[in-house]
Write a protein that binds this ligand. Structure first.
Ligand SMILES: Nc1ncnc2c1ncn2[C@@H]1O[C@H](COP(=O)(O)OP(=O)(O)OP(=O)(O)O)[C@@H](O)[C@H]1O
Ligand SMILES: [Mg+2]
Length: 455
């Protein structure tokens, strides 16, 4: 029989970065979720049952006792960020902010901490990857100077926690969670077990003190926040900052939110002096000069809950190569290949000898199938030098048979089309809902009918 000491000894086991399942030995494939190559080393310490009196039952709390005061949320200084958070930052909550390198995570984190802190109760900005000088440069550029934020260059999680307990800041930013190191957990900083342990520790201190924590997380090549997917279960809110790095627009997407609607999208612009709310979202993205030209089509995408007018541009030109090039910026390349196949087969437009380039203006990524028809009409328009009126928006999903399908939230999209000054809209024939006054409607059943509307 194992002694108490043996039972308390660390034991090596493996943990899946996709689903968090544990396995006693390494395997190429996770036995729980069947993901390949996702198991990595972790160490658990089996705690021996403590000697002493038998465990006493806990005291439970009646629901009425906690009903009195609703949690007071802290505004972040940005309407768009607040919107995604569900009103603001909830005390004691843990928010994970992920995004590609250089997208603006530290910028947003510093601006939020500057808004949440004040002279009496400053925010704490804790970094493990930049020096005080680098932080000062950014703070000066963003105008986030003064006594509202205190800085700490530290990666030891115990020191960070002790500092939070001593200073009781109004908000803590940890930039980034991959740099935190928990001395009690084996493995290098950034490893699955280290990141998980650090997030758990930060979550405990947030709940114990009521100090909200904003964790910045790097994103892997596959697009997930580096570290186990289970990290997302350990925090209250998961936000992703997206956009083309060289473009100025950014989308802050709520992936998970325990305090508000999931799927909310905040629209921001990255300027020299920091992240700003995009004032009138759709209008800010429309380049009036190109609309109305062949290859340029306006569509209304509905990303999450929010409609947004976006310009899709396509260029289809004779290719000098045996294998024509197809590139897409802001649109999935595989979907572009599919759209080209449908265009060739169902509308008889020869694209096999054309280089095709698709670009979504403003650095927006279109993931919404309701924008398919606009992309296809932009390509068909460019290939045939035919244009759609600059006052006409296009909404519709495209099926493999060339049929134009109804899309979700069409009414909301139509209202947005009217709001940005559109006079007409091309939409699926099957849509039966109300159309705003003053908006002419061209109903189309299939791609051939839609292409016929090109001027
Ligand atoms: N002087 C400047 N003027 C304008 N924009 C700048 C300037 N310096 C930096 N930027 C912008 O800020 C971006 C970097 O922002 P930030 O450091 O917040 O990104 P990050 O997501 O934290 O990056 P990382 O993943 O490297 O930590 C740059 O990509 C650039 O667009
Ligand atoms: Mg950064």
């Amino acid at each position: 029989m194992a002694t108490e000491l043996q039972r308390a000894a660390p034991r090596l086991h493996y943990i899946c970065s996709e689903c968090g399942a544990e396995a006693p030995k390494w395997q190429g494939r996770c036995p729980a979720c069947a993901a390949w190559n996702s198991l990595s080393e972790d160490v658990v310490r089996l705690t021996a049952r403590r000697p002493g009196p038998p465990t006493v039952a806990a005291t439970t709390t009646p629901m009425e006792a906690v009903m009195a005061a609703p949690a007071r949320v802290q505004a972040t200084g940005s309407f768009e960020v607040d919107r995604v958070l569900g009103g603001g930052i909830v005390p004691g909550s843990v928010v994970l902010l992920g995004g590609d390198p250089g997208i603006g995570k530290s910028t947003i984190a510093l601006q939020v901490s500057h808004s949440c802190g004040d002279e009496v109760s400053p925010a704490l900005y804790c970094t493990g990857e930049e020096s005080l000088e680098q932080l000062a440069l950014r703070a000066r550029r963003l105008g986030c100077t003064g006594a509202r934020v205190r800085l700490l260059v530290e990666s030891d999680v115990d020191t960070v926690i002790a500092t939070i307990e001593a200073e009781r800041p109004s908000l803590v930013v940890v930039d980034s969670v991959q740099t935190l190191r928990d001395a009690a957990t084996p493995g290098p900083p950034g490893s699955v077990s280290q990141v998980r342990a650090a997030v758990l520790r930060m979550s405990e201190i947030a709940k114990a003190t009521g100090v909200p924590v904003l964790l910045v997380g790097h994103v892997t090549k596959e697009g997930a926040i580096a570290g186990p997917r289970t990290l997302e279960h350990l925090v209250d809110v998961v936000l992703y900052l997206e956009g083309e790095r060289l473009g100025e627009h950014r989308m802050l997407r709520g992936i998970k939110n325990r305090f508000g609607a999931t799927g909310e999208v905040g629209l921001l612009t990255m300027e020299r002096d920091g992240m700003r709310d995009l004032a009138a979202p759709s209008r800010g993205m429309l380049d009036a000069a190109s609309l109305g030209a062949s290859g340029s089509v306006l569509t209304i995408t509905c990303d999450g809950l929010r409609p947004m007018a976006v310009e899709v541009q396509a260029l289809a030109v004779a290719s000098p190569f045996e294998f024509p090039r197809r590139t897409a910026s802001g649109f999935e390349l595989n979907r572009l290949h599919l759209m080209l196949a449908v265009l060739a087969k169902r509308a008889g437009i020869a694209v096999s000898k054309l280089d095709v380039f698709v670009n979504v203006a403003g650095g927006i990524r279109l993931a919404d199938p309701g924008t398919d028809l606009a992309v296809v009409l932009a390509i068909a328009g460019s290939a045939g030098d035919r244009a759609i009126s600059r006052h006409c928006a296009v909404i519709g999903e495209l099926g493999l048979g060339g049929e134009v399908r109804r899309v979700s939230r069409t009414e909301v999209r139509l209202a947005e089309a009217a709001a940005v000054g559109m006079e007409a809209v091309i939409l699926p024939e099957s849509f039966r809902g109300a159309v705003p006054d003053g908006l002419r409607v061209h109903r189309v059943r299939n791609l051939i009918e839609a292409v016929a509307l090109l001027g």
